[in-house]
Design a protein. Structure first.
Length: 256
């Protein structure tokens, strides 16, 4: 059985003391496809070191996270583009719009998002979207740029059925389901049960958003089992089938 964590920040400093233990535990448990989203210039070197150490398991993306879109965002984007020009990545990400922390940067977040989507399309790469309090703003840009080259993942989806359907209607997107689906009062399970499982991929977003029963603790990619078990419960399928379907779905996006 192979499970795929489509979104994990295993290069985070929270894993400095035991990263090899964490990754080897993942591999032993069959969670051996780990996709690493970039944040900004400060995360590139540690992410690339981890990918170099585990080339058969850790697959890096390259992008500028919306919360890192500040006054110097054009310099940050220039560095991102330089990396994209010199090396192959599995995706551009994570990119998007986040209005939870700072609404004043919306205009430059929109510019950075558009720029990176166009880079993805030029390079025939998927892109991984971070969306927080910004579905309408993100949909406006995707609706504008939508074509057959646009594909990717809506990471850490916590929206409504209507918003999920909007994503599905683009045709080449998957919906990333993480630990929130295990939270007792989140209500995400009620949305997920109305979706075709072929639209879903699994993720942890570690070290953040640990699923129950680890909520509030450091999240790890091994906890993907808790998420997969919840999805198995929702769809009344064995976890082996959930692993098979969601890993296949991830291959449709990343291409391998």
């Amino acid at each position: 059985m192979i499970l795929t964590d489509t979104h994990t920040h295993l290069y985070s400093e929270q894993f400095n003391e035991d990263i090899d233990v964490v990754i080897n535990k993942c591999i032993e448990k069959g969670i051996d496809r780990l996709f690493l989203p970039n944040i900004d210039s400060t995360s590139i070197s540690v992410m690339m070191e981890l990918a170099k150490k585990y080339p058969n398991n850790c697959f890096p993306m390259m992008g500028l996270h919306p919360t890192s879109v500040k006054e110097n965002y054009k310099e940050e984007l220039q560095l991102i583009e330089e990396w994209l020009n010199k090396q192959q990545f599995c995706a551009i990400g994570e990119i998007g719009i986040d209005l939870y922390w700072d609404k004043s940067t919306l205009a430059i977040q929109q510019d950075a998002f558009r720029t990176q989507i166009n880079w993805a399309k030029e390079r025939n790469l998927p892109f991984v979207i971070h969306c927080r309090d910004a579905f309408n703003e993100i949909f406006d840009i995707l609706d504008e740029l939508n074509d057959e080259k646009m594909k990717g993942i809506f990471h850490c989806f916590t929206g409504t059925l209507e918003q999920a359907q909007h994503i599905i209607n683009y045709g080449n997107f998957k919906i990333g389901i993480g630990g929130v689906v295990t939270f007792k009062n989140a209500g995400l399970d009620k949305v997920v049960e109305q979706l075709d499982i072929n639209h879903l991929v699994l993720e942890t977003d570690s070290p953040y958003l640990a699923p129950a029963p680890y909520r509030g603790k450091r999240n790890e990619s091994t906890y993907l089992y808790e998420i997969a078990n919840k999805i198995a419960e929702i769809y009344h399928l064995p976890i082996e089938e959930i692993a098979k379907i969601t890993t296949h779905n991830s291959k449709e996006i990343f291409g391998f």
